[in-house]
Design a protein around this ligand. Structure first.
Ligand SMILES: Cc1cc2nc3c(=O)[nH]c(=O)nc-3n(C[C@H](O)[C@H](O)[C@H](O)COP(=O)(O)O)c2cc1C
Length: 289
């Protein structure tokens, strides 16, 4: 009953909002991506808008503390990977605490997921609406799973599975949506959003208190060559070096970047990475170096 009411009211709000026209000229994009998938998806969207003559500025979200973009555009695009049925925790915090007020600015939501996108769009929509943005659409696509825990089996199997996504139809849909969006037309998936209990599980299993215990990062000393990739990459600066070996402290933000991108596969997360394969992205140029 509760979810049906929310569903009907978001649909009603969406319908009323769509009747107000918008015509984006200068578009700010906030892009969060830990292994490059969302970077690739967003680049396609940006290319398509630029092809239509729009002025697009991409603001890369990596470290919340260092993220202070000047959002001078007349429209906002928010792009992120789904993390535990919601946007990644640091980005959620930024949207809630630091995102400047939208004052009615139109916004579009883009997200990538390994298959379970539930609630992420709803949470992003709610946060943007709370900040005074007028969300005019959303779109998401299936991309390879970047959680080593579930990537069991031979590497070749995962290379094959990874090669299946993103589906061509999703990318075609995206480029069309970008053109329609930049012309101020109604586009993307409707904002009929249905929060499910999975949202609660997402918050229960990925938050700053639980993460401290559940996701312990450690270095496989024999493999570590002290390149310091993890030290420089970690979006929340958890690593310091002791005798040349990185040591993690504090709460993990669960991007899995240090585990997936370590050149020697030396970084591990207890119970979460020992058995599965790290995800080697096909779009490594979008990984923050
Ligand atoms: C901690 C974590 C939690 C995730 N949770 C979900 C999830 O709830 N549903 C889903 O479909 N994918 C989930 N994924 C997979 C990512 O959303 C997916 O691989 C995404 O394309 C990664 O994008 P990126 O490369 O831009 O970081 C999760 C990934 C991580 C690291």
């Amino acid at each position: 009953m509760g979810t049906t009411l929310i569903r009907v009211s978001t649909y009603a709000v969406d319908t009323i909002r769509q009747s107000n026209s918008y015509y984006p000229q200068k578009i700010d994009v906030i892009l969060c991506s830990s292994s490059g998938n969302t970077g690739h998806y967003t680049q396609k969207f940006v290319d398509s808008m630029q092809g239509d003559g729009r002025n697009v500025v991409v603001h890369r979200f990596h470290r919340k503390e260092e993220f202070n973009p000047v959002l001078g555009g007349d429209t906002l695009v928010l792009a992120f990977p789904v993390s535990g049925w919601k946007p990644p925790w640091p980005l959620t915090e930024y949207l809630f605490r630091n995102l400047p007020r939208g004052k009615g600015k139109p916004a579009f939501i883009l997200y990538t997921a390994a298959g379970g996108p539930e609630n992420a769009g709803f949470i992003a929509w709610t946060l943007l609406a709370l900040k005074g943005y007028r969300v005019v659409g959303r779109l998401w696509s299936v991309y390879p799973l970047n959680v080593p825990t579930f990537r069991l089996g031979p590497k070749s199997l995962w290379r094959f599975i990874d090669s299946l996504t993103p589906f061509k139809k999703d990318i075609d849909l995206l480029t069309t949506a970008a053109k329609e969006f930049s012309r101020g037309e109604r586009t993307g998936l409707p904002l009929v959003l249905w929060p499910t209990p999975l949202m609660l599980i997402g918050f229960l299993f990925d938050n700053r208190w639980i993460n401290r215990f559940l996701y312990r990062t450690y270095v496989w000393r024999k493999r570590c060559v002290g390149c310091n990739f993890c030290v420089n990459y970690c979006p929340i600066n958890r690593f310091s070096t002791e005798s040349g070996i990185p040591k993690a402290r504090g709460t993990c933000s669960l991007c899995f970047g240090c585990v997936n991108h370590c050149p020697k596969n030396a970084m591990q997360m207890r119970f979460w990475s020992e058995y599965g394969q790290p995800y080697k992205s096909r779009w490594s140029k979008f990984i923050v170096k």
